[in-house]
Every structure is written in structure tokens, then in C-alpha cells.
Design a protein around this ligand. Sequence first.
Ligand code: ADP
Ligand code: MG
Length: 484
Amino acid sequence: MTGGLEGYDAVAEANAQKSVLAIHWSRICERLKAEVGEVEYRTWLRQITVGPVEEDEITLYLPTRFLRDWVRGQYGDRLGTLWNAEVPAIRRVELQVARADTAPPAPEGEDAPVSAPAVAREKVVSMPAAPVVDEPRQAEVRTDLAAPLDPRFTFDTFVVGKPNEFAYACARRVAERPSSPGFNPLFLYGGVGLGKTHLMHAIGAELLREGRVSVAYMSAEKFMYRFIAAIRSQSTMEFKEQLRSVDVLMIDDLQFLIGKDNTQEEFFHTFNALVDAGRQIVVSADKSPSDLSGLEDRLRTRLGCGMVADIHATTFELRISILEAKASASGVVVPAKVLEFLAHKITSNVRELEGALNRLIAHANLFGRSVTLEATQDVLHDILKAHDRRVTIEEIQRKVAEHWNIRLTDMSSARRARAVARPRQVAMYLAKQLTSRSLPEIGRKFGNRDHTTVMHAVSRVTELMEQDPAFAEDVELLRRMLES
Ligand code: ADP
Ligand code: MG
């Protein structure tokens, strides 16, 4: 090569380095995805852009300061290890916030894992009110404020049933008409994995789709994290102003603020300022405002002033509907028997139910085998074991006898009076549902009755539950007590 081409060589070399790094990076991304899961990966890591290598250090870019800090805290070490395993010469990872002028050029290919910050930024909930182009710094801080919304959590994908219909209706209402009197704040509460976060994201997605309002969604934990970071960097005023400029503020898992007095105080003021300015607040927690002991009284009072909606534990029917919806969305045929089995076995929350179904589906896809009850028991062996509550037939008999105020001995007596026979049938039904005992085994425990008697009891109770809601409620209540 002649001297005149030296400049070209440098560019070519830089380009070559870039494409080599891109190959390494896409391998690392695959690893990360497998380690942390698709959602986590998409939320945090997909936004990373690969920068240059200098000596033993590689620079990675993130679109916002918040993301940078988060990724550094959660994945910094892991990124270092993975890069070092790919390219032993790399010993350190430097994470930087990418500005337009420092960002590397966009790679070829739409969905390349090495994506430019401009592309990545769209993943973060941005505040439409912010003039992104003219004020890059401000836009960054503003996107900084909110967490990304999970695109799968919409109203369309939320399955409505008795336990959640009220919360769902309230959420829809707020999404349609934010800041309506009586619905501000909207306080959603319920146990883990019952759909609080899903509903909040759905509200956010709906509002952003309309594009008329600015929305900030974050967990209480992140609220605290941001607040503390603002104090450290002496930018609390800025933090407050940003928060107070949104139309809708959603804070998830508020119980996290218990015992965090300063953060609570700050949240209380933000809350008041926003509500007074006619903005909408949506809050979730694991308990009702009155049960959130440890929160300041005045905050509790204000939280209970709007609409308080609880999400109850799932019923069997809701679990079936959710499973049906998710199975049909996956495109894998899952027999009704399997869905029923799962809905009976995994009653704790929707997240676990979903996890079990996902595993079944992944398995079916991977091995190209159809889903059967046997395969399910096999694939979900560990999950099912953890959920095997080991309720004994004796326990069931005792609880049922107590409930209807009959003697325990009547569970195995020959008496056939309805007042005794009905509870006995319920106990048999529950024994079938909640234990892994066979029909003959159950029969034996009920005064050596025949397995056909147990079968008859099961179908009779099922029938009655369909006809008589009060009776169904009784049985469900007993089931829940026995399961907990
Ligand atoms: P929470 O915030 O109450 O702990 P999430 O909203 O994170 O629970 O829900 C856990 C998982 O269960 C999510 O994947 C969510 O999509 C799913 N899920 C919960 N309730 C429903 C429902 N009614 N319909 C569809 N999916 C649901
Ligand atoms: Mg949640």
C-alpha cells in the first residue's frame, strides 16, 4: 500500500474492529438473554451500544444516566466477566451515557443487537411534552424519570374475571379519563403476581397511545433511588420539577417506602402537588392503605381518598381463562385436561401459573412433541412438587366438619341424612382436588366406601357448585383455607 492510503487503513481497521466487536457482543447478548430472561434483557440490556476498545477497556453506551447506573449496579460485573471470556484482552468495562456526539454510528441491519442510542431511546417511556430534538439534555433527564413499559402488559392481554374485574374497570376508567373526580388517586392493591403491574402498564400504554399526556411510571424503589441520587448530585429541585410536570404519575409497589421516611415525605409532597394541580396518580401496593402500617398517617389518609380497588386471589375459573388465553396466543395446542390440571395445582399467583405454562410451551416447541398430561407432570416436576401442599384427607375432613358443624366421626359414619351426607361429599370432592390420592384410597378414608361413591360425590359437588353460587363460594372458601 502506498502512503496515500494510510488514512483509509485507519478507517478500515476501525471498521474491522467494530464488526468483530459486534460479533462478540451478539454472542454476549445471547448469553445474557438466557441468563436474565427476555423481559429483563429487553428492558435494560438491549439498549446497550458497543463503543471503542482502548487498551484493556471497552466502553459501552447507554441512552440515559439512570439506565447507565442501573446496568452498572445490576450487571456491571457480569458484563466484565462475559467480555473477558469473549476477548481475554478486555479486562474492564466502562459504562457511559451516550450523547449524540459521542455515540457511534448506527450499525447496519434493523435489529442488530449493537443499536444506536437514538433507536434505543424509543424503548424508554418518553414524555411527549419534552422537545427531544432541541434539548437533548433535558430529554435525557426526562426519559430518565420513567421506567420502560412492558409492551405485553396491555388491557387486551389482561384476562378479566370476578377477582379482578373491579380493579380492571377502575384502571380502564383512569386510562380513558385521567383525573376524574373520585378516581384520583387510584390505589390498586393485592398479593404478588395478581396483575397490579400489568394494569398499571396497561394504563400507561393506553395513555401514551393517545399521545395527549405525559406519563411517568416507576417502582417505589426506583422513586427512592432517583430521589437519593438527586440529593447526592444536588439536583433535588430538578427532580421535583420533573416529577411535578407529568400528567400521570404511577408508583408501583408503594409498600417499599415503609420505613423510608425521607422518601415518603418527598412522595407525599409530590403527591399533593400533583393532585392539587389536577394530575392523576396511580399507586399499587400489596395491602390496602389502612393496612399499610408503617406509612405515615397523612399519606395513608390521602391514598385512601380516591378509588381503592383490590385484586383478589384468583379463582379456578380465572386461572383457566388466563391459561386458555396464553396458550392460544402461543399457538401451541394445550389440551383442556392439562390446563385444568395446572389451574388446580398452581393456585398461588398468575406469575407462577404463566411460568409453568411457558415452560410447557417451550418444551413442546423445542422437542416438537404434543403436550400431554404425562409430559406436563414430567416437565413441571419441580414446580409441582413445590406446590404440593400435602394437605391430608384428615385435615380436609376436620375443616369441612367444622365448617358445617357436624361431628368428625360422621365423615366415616354410615349416616345418610343430607346434613351429614353433603359435607361428606364436599370433603371427598376436596380430597380429590387437593391430594394426589386415588378414588379407592379416598373411599377407604371415608368409612371404607367404594370408589364409585367418591366419583359420584365429585360429580354431584361439581354440579351443585354450578347451580348454587352460595354453595360454590363455601367450597371455594374451604379450598382456599386448606391450600394456604
Ligand atoms: P403484580 O404486580 O401484582 O405482582 P404482575 O402484574 O407483575 O403482578 O403479574 C404477574 C404476571 O401475571 C404478569 O406476567 C402478568 O401479565 C400476568 N397476569 C396477572 N394477572 C393477569 C390477568 N388477569 N390476565 C393476564 N395476565 C395476567
Ligand atoms: Mg408488580
